[in-house]
Design a protein around this ligand. Structure first.
Ligand code: S3P
Length: 181
């Protein structure tokens, strides 16, 4: 597929740690911009007909990561999508490079203090959080932050609700459209 050159048509990609609210925010943004919403985890889960935890257990993490790469490659090159990535997707250099090359990448950041209160709601559905101590998870949290450094725009979401985050992103994307077209 040809590269999307018009900034107004580039797809928007959301990255950030598990449970930061990528899917919720991306869904709101997609609706407000009249774009298709794609959740990469959901697409993978649909293909396998099972939740991510079962895919990890029955097929292994590598199988999940390969599918993740396949689908991100496919969708980030298409115009006019809003795409939510799993929190581990940017660990793969090729995914990171493809997203930065073809789309606009928004990093939803959160502090450890705010995030750790959400852990109990996430652990059952997130295989990479299972069988870990709180210390292990904090180390993973800070480690992952390093992989999110490559982005086009970032927002610390601690004190905002998803609707406010979506509004901020839409204003910043509108500004970029005006500045760079
Ligand atoms: C993962 C994050 C999950 C999902 C999978 C692995 C990770 O997505 O892709 O469980 O390695 O950080 P969310 O960030 O949407 O929870």
């Amino acid at each position: 597929m040809n590269k999307v050159n018009n900034i107004r048509e580039k797809s928007l990609v959301f990255i950030g740690f598990m449970g930061v609210g990528k899917t919720t925010v991306a869904q709101i943004v997609a609706k407000k911009l009249y774009r298709d919403f794609i959740d990469i985890d959901e697409v993978i889960e649909q293909e396998f007909g099972m939740p991510a935890t079962d895919i990890f257990r029955e097929h292994g993490e590598d199988t999940f990561r390969n599918k993740e790469k396949e689908y991100v490659f496919h969708y980030c090159r298409q115009p006019l999508k809003v795409i939510s990535l799993g929190g581990g997707a940017f660990l793969q250099d090729e995914i990171r490079e493809a997203c930065l090359d073809h789309s606009i990448v928004f990093y939803l950041d959160i502090s450890w203090e705010s995030w750790k209160d959400r852990l109990h709601m996430l652990v059952d559905s997130r295989p990479v959080l299972q069988d870990k101590t709180l210390q292990d998870i904090e180390a993973l949290f800070h480690d992952r932050k390093r992989t999110y450094k490559a982005h086009n725009s970032k927002l610390l979401t601690d004190s905002y609700n998803p609707e406010e985050v979506a509004e901020y992103i839409i204003s910043s994307i509108r500004l970029a459209w005006e500045l760079y077209e």
